[in-house]
Design a protein around this ligand. Sequence first.
Ligand code: CAA
Length: 240
Amino acid sequence: MARVAIVTGGTRGIGEAISLALKDAGMTVAANYAGNDERARAFTERTGIAAFKWDVSDYEACQAGCAQVAEQLGPIDVLVNNAGITRDGTIMKLSYEAWKEVIDTNLGGCFNMAKGVFPGMRDRKWGRIVNIGSINGQAGQYGQVNYAAAKSGIHGFTKALAQEGARAGVTVNAIAPGYIDTDMVAAVPADVLEKIVAKIPVGRLGQASEIARGVAFLCSEEGGFVTGSTLSINGGQHMY
Ligand code: CAA
C-alpha cells in the first residue's frame, strides 16, 4: 500500500513542489489549502492530487481534516507542515492581529496537525513529520518579529517532538529554506529583495523543487535514522 501524506499549504509555492515530489516518490498525497479555491482546482486538474480545504490555525478543523483524509485515502503516514503566511512590518507598525495570525498559522498549525496524525503514526510504529521552518527563524529578519518567532518556534517544536517519536519509528525534522522563488518572496518590495539576493552566495533565489527534494528524502524509508535535524537549504546565505 502506498504511504499517505498530507502537505499543508500544498497547492501553491513550495507546498505544491512538495506535493509533487511526494507523489513522484509513490505516495498518495492530500494537499491541504486554506483559501484559494481557484488555484486548488487548477492544481488538482494539473496534478491529479486531491485538495482538501481547512484552516491549519483552527484546531478542530485540523482534527476533522485529518479524519477526512484518513477516511478517503487511508491512515496518514507522512505530514509536511508547510502552510505559512507573512504579515511583515516593523514592531512600531505591527498590529496584535498580525502577530497572532502568523503565530497561530505558522506555529499553531504545526501543533494542530501533529495532534491529528501523531497518535496513529505511533500506534502503527512508522511516521514522518517534516516542518518547514525558515532562514529567518534561524537568523532573524528586520520587519518579521512575528514570522521569525513562529519559524524559530518550529525548530524547537521539531526537536522536542522528535524525542517523543524516536522510539515509535516516527521521525520529525525541519527544513529551513532561504529565499525561494515563490509568491511570498515576490511580495517583498523589489529594492529590499535586490539587497537580500545580493547577500546570497549562490547568487540567486532558490527553486521550490530544491526544497521539495529535501523533504522527499526526509520522508523516505532511507531517512529513518535522521530525526530532530534541521536541513538548511538557502544558497549559503546563513551557515552555522
Ligand atoms: N536593517 C536595518 N535597517 C533597515 C533594514 C534592515 N534590514 N531594512 C530597512 N531598514 C530601515 C530602512 O533603511 C529605514 O530606515 P530610515 O527610516 O532611516 O530610512 C527604516 O528601516 C524603515 O524601512 P522601510 O522604509 O523599508 O519600512 P517599511 O515600514 O516601509 O517596511 C518592511 C518595512 C515591511 C519590513 C520592509 O522593509 C520589508 O518588507 N522587508 C523585507 C522583509 C522580508 O525579508 N520578508 C521576507 C518575506 S519572505 C519569507 O519570509 C520567506 C522566508 O522564509 C525566507
